[in-house]
Design a protein around this ligand. Structure first.
Ligand code: SAH
Length: 252
């Protein structure tokens, strides 16, 4: 009678925490988006329930129903399950679902979220105050996203952008960059981290003025710096991007 929501990190199994591994091993059944389940090695006696990317609500209620029937159920998310992922979908279903779901033992196991994995690749862009935004307008209106981008840039936060593009959302990322260009100087460092922790990983450093919006895809996390964020060139090595721990003045 338990449901464990497990963060499996950004890619390779080396990012699985020992806690996540133990929780996976204890599960009778594992639910998740197919490609996430493919990253895991499940035993023959463990049931595998793969579902499509967009079906979070249905996946959450199926897992809750299964757990309420007495099984030890795990549901996995890439990165951290609490960041634009399954833990909130589970809570949403518990809130509207039958009373039996409130009696379940629900455990959330954290994982390394994409912005931390990308940041670690290139230095310390999140070294000072930052925020994270999903650019997906599937569950919120686009004008709200623009308002949040305006506010975050004006307040001087480093901004981590999740879900920059998808097949159904081709123009939003370009609009977001235009919005940020209206607040921040062209030299502001921007990092594109694609499929970090996977074999096809690619990390690129550019500037807000030079951003090519077509560089982002569904597997990309974008970090937009502040006026304080700096790039350190190094001979024979990739540059370091960092945001100093101190902000001297109100810079917006
Ligand atoms: N729960 C996940 C985020 C899910 S939203 C987490 O904590 O990381 C999906 C978005 O996360 C993608 O569109 C992309 O912006 C980002 N993302 C997930 N895995 C990534 C990876 N390995 N490298 C770069 N970005 C990634």
């Amino acid at each position: 009678m338990s449901l464990t929501v497990i963060g499996i990190g950004p890619g390779d199994t080396c990012y699985l925490t020992a806690q996540a591994e133990a929780a996976l091993a204890a599960a009778d059944a594992v639910y998740g988006y197919g490609p996430y389940l493919d990253r895991l090695t499940l035993r023959a006696d463990q049931e595998r329930h793969a579902s499509d990317n967009r079906q979070e609500g249905a996946r959450a209620s199926a897992a809750l129903k299964h757990a309420a029937h007495g099984a030890k159920v795990a549901i996995v998310s890439g990165g951290d399950p609490g960041v634009f992922a399954m833990a909130a979908a589970i809570c949403e279903q518990i809130e509207i679902g039958p009373d039996a779901w409130r009696a379940l033992d629900v455990v959330v196991i954290p994982g390394i979220t994409a912005m931390l994995a990308v940041a670690a690749r290139i230095g310390a862009p999140l070294g000072h105050d930052f925020c994270a935004l999903s650019l997906s307008d599937n569950l919120k209106p686009w004008p709200l996203i623009e308002r949040r981008l305006d506010a975050a840039a004006q307040a001087g936060f480093v901004i981590a952008l999740y879900n920059p593009v998808s097949r159904a959302r081709p123009w939003q990322f370009g609009d977001a960059i235009e919005c940020l260009r209206s607040h921040l100087p062209p030299a502001t460092p921007v990092v594109f981290g694609r499929a970090v922790g996977r074999p096809d990983e690619r990390v690129e450093i550019t500037t807000l003025g030079a951003v090519n919006a077509t560089l982002a895809d569904m597997a990309t996390l974008v970090i937009v710096g502040t006026r304080e964020t700096r790039t350190i060139a190094r001979p024979g090595r990739p540059p370091l991007v960092y945001t100093p721990r101190a902000a001297a003045e109100v810079s917006v």
